[in-house]
Write a protein that binds this ligand. Structure first.
Ligand code: PRP
Ligand code: URA
Length: 211
């Protein structure tokens, strides 16, 4: 699938998912091991940013031909669950700017509603890491992308980082926004009748925040 990166399914990653998928896992472990996966997603996002050649002067005047990042980034979290991914981004990118978009799925219809947005003024010049752990129907993420595009962000500069995706959501998202990059920790089997990911891990926000 073009523009979709699935993290390598290493034994380590499968082990981390086995903990957070387990319905008996307590909140402390759920948070700790989700954070571990979030860190891997952020690292993969950073791997995909373009760089330019940079010649470094090392000790004794030796030269090293290295690389430095091109352009500026920011994070945008889809509140509430997406906020859980902000710290992982901050851990890697000191003083990164973070915007917020409040979107909630209606519990009856599973359709997203947009309530609020607060984004960096110069977001149109930045690479954007869009943060939300779950890509189920794709409705929330697509609504967030629409907000970003209206603010002038280029679609190929958006990297949507999520822990778990459903095939239905990936398909809908890609059909609408083929140039937006998706980086996911795994693609599950399907959605259930309530539009929850199967096998999934339940309601991420409730489990992470303990509500
Ligand atoms: C969850 C999740 C996504 C959305 C995914 O949020 O964090 O934002 O559902 O579903 P979709 O792909 O079908 O739109 P929810 O609206 O439950 O709110 P929360 O962040 O407060 O948990
Ligand atoms: N939101 C979640 O938290 N989990 C799902 O499976 C679907 C939407």
């Amino acid at each position: 699938m073009p523009n979709v990166t699935v993290l390598p399914q290493t034994n380590q990653l499968i082990g981390l998912y086995s903990i957070i998928r387990d319905q008996n896992t307590k909140r402390g472990d759920f948070v700790f091991y989700s954070d571990r996966i979030i860190r891997l997603l952020v690292e993969e996002g950073l791997n995909q940013l373009p760089v330019e050649k940079s010649v470094i002067s090392c000790h004794g005047g030796h030269e090293y031909v290295g690389a430095k990042f091109l352009g500026k980034i920011c994070g945008v979290s889809i509140v509430r669950a997406g906020e859980s991914m902000e710290m992982g981004l901050r851990d890697c990118c000191r003083s990164v700017r973070i915007g917020k978009i409040l979107i909630q799925r209606d519990e009856e219809t599973a359709l997203p509603k947009l309530f609020y947005e607060k984004l960096p003024e110069d977001i149109s010049e930045r690479y954007v890491f869009l943060l939300d752990p779950m890509l189920a129907t794709g409705g929330s993420a697509m609504m967030a992308v629409e907000v970003l595009l209206k603010r002038g962000v280029k679609s190929n500069r958006i990297f949507f980082l999520n822990l778990l995706a459903a095939p239905e959501g990936i398909k809908a998202f890609q059909e609408k926004y083929p140039d937006v990059n998706i980086i996911t920790g795994g693609i599950d089997e399907k959605l259930d009748e309530d539009k929850y990911i199967v096998p999934g891990l339940g309601d991420f926000g409730d489990r992470y925040y303990g509500i």
